[in-house]
Write a protein that binds this ligand. Structure first.
Ligand code: CDP
Ligand code: CDP
Length: 249
């Protein structure tokens, strides 16, 4: 089986991970996996079954539920639960976001999802690469995978060919999320930039301080502050890093 050039993109909420990862994957013909969508899918399943992720008494049950769940990605942006239900848009709701902490800090959930994520990056699920052509570099055809999240470079793919850690000022991240909601007509009443900023900072704090797989820059990750970059500039900068590293791949 052909080797896969793996790009890990981590960083705090709304730092630009998924936008950048998707554009890179499109430009280079690579596969793309949004690992956050998997934590969202488990949270969605818990809430629908009436299991509160915040209650520590449910931890064992939620761990088992994650291990028995199948999450597939028929296209770069769609997420299917247990091979039958497209939940791509449902998992983006603020209810899911505010309940995700209890799922993300669950050790058994993380173990189950880690196994799926490593399998995806190994090419165990060929559908993830369907229609992807990869790049031709120095006469060699190379397939790749971009995966974004919080622990991809540290825990999931510690030997990824390239690790990037995106950061941006929280005021700027909140403003970007706000603008995105306005643009998509998804602004809920009472939503303000300040409220979004507080929510982002709270979630980052939880992600950074949890015991299992906390959000952290891997020692060998390249840090990129996107506060004053355009999306195009950040995509170009990472593409250059990828192509440079491919010389040794
Ligand atoms: O888009 P946004 O950054 O707001 O969220 P996301 O990437 O969809 O991740 C949502 C939440 O899932 C994060 O705040 C983390 O708690 C959790 N997550 C995680 O723990 N590990 C990952 N590899 C990805 C997401
Ligand atoms: O995946 P993550 O939560 O890290 O962030 P995202 O959803 O990719 O990006 C959050 C918002 O910032 C999106 O609306 C992007 O279009 C926007 N943005 C950016 O990512 N980079 C810039 N240089 C400017 C805006």
């Amino acid at each position: 089986r052909a080797r896969i050039f793996r790009v890990a993109i981590d960083g705090p909420a709304a730092s630009g991970k998924s936008t950048t990862a998707k554009l890179l994957a499109e430009k280079l013909g690579f596969g793309y996996i949004d690992s956050g969508s998997m934590y969202r899918a488990i949270t969605f399943k818990c809430l629908r079954m009436g299991i509160s992720p915040a209650d520590p008494k449910n931890a064992t049950e939620i761990g088992k539920l994650a291990a028995a769940t199948t999450i597939t990605f028929p296209t770069m942006t769609s997420v299917v639960l247990d091979k039958k239900e497209d939940i791509s848009s449902e998992i983006r709701s603020s209810t899911i976001t505010s309940n995700i902490g209890g799922v993300a800090s669950n050790k058994k959930v993380r173990e189950a999802l880690a196994e799926m994520q490593r399998g995806l990056a190994r090419g165990d699920y060929p559908e993830t690469f369907e229609g992807r052509k990869g790049v031709t570099h120095n006469g060699k055809s190379i397939m790749g995978m971009v995966m974004d999240g919080r622990d991809i470079g540290t825990v999931i793919l510690p030997d990824a060919e390239l690790k990037v850690f995106l950061i941006a000022d929280s005021q700027i991240r909140a403003q970007r999320r706000y603008d995105e909601m306005v643009k998509r007509n998804k602004l809920e009443s009472g939503e303000t930039v300040e409220k979004i900023k507080a929510e982002l900072e709270q979630r980052d704090h939880e992600d950074r301080t949890r015991e299992v797989s906390p959000l952290k820059k891997a020692s060998d990750a390249v840090e990129l502050d996107t506060s004053h970059l355009t999306i195009q500039q950040q995509v170009d900068a990472i593409e250059k890093l990828i192509l440079d590293r491919m010389d040794q791949f």
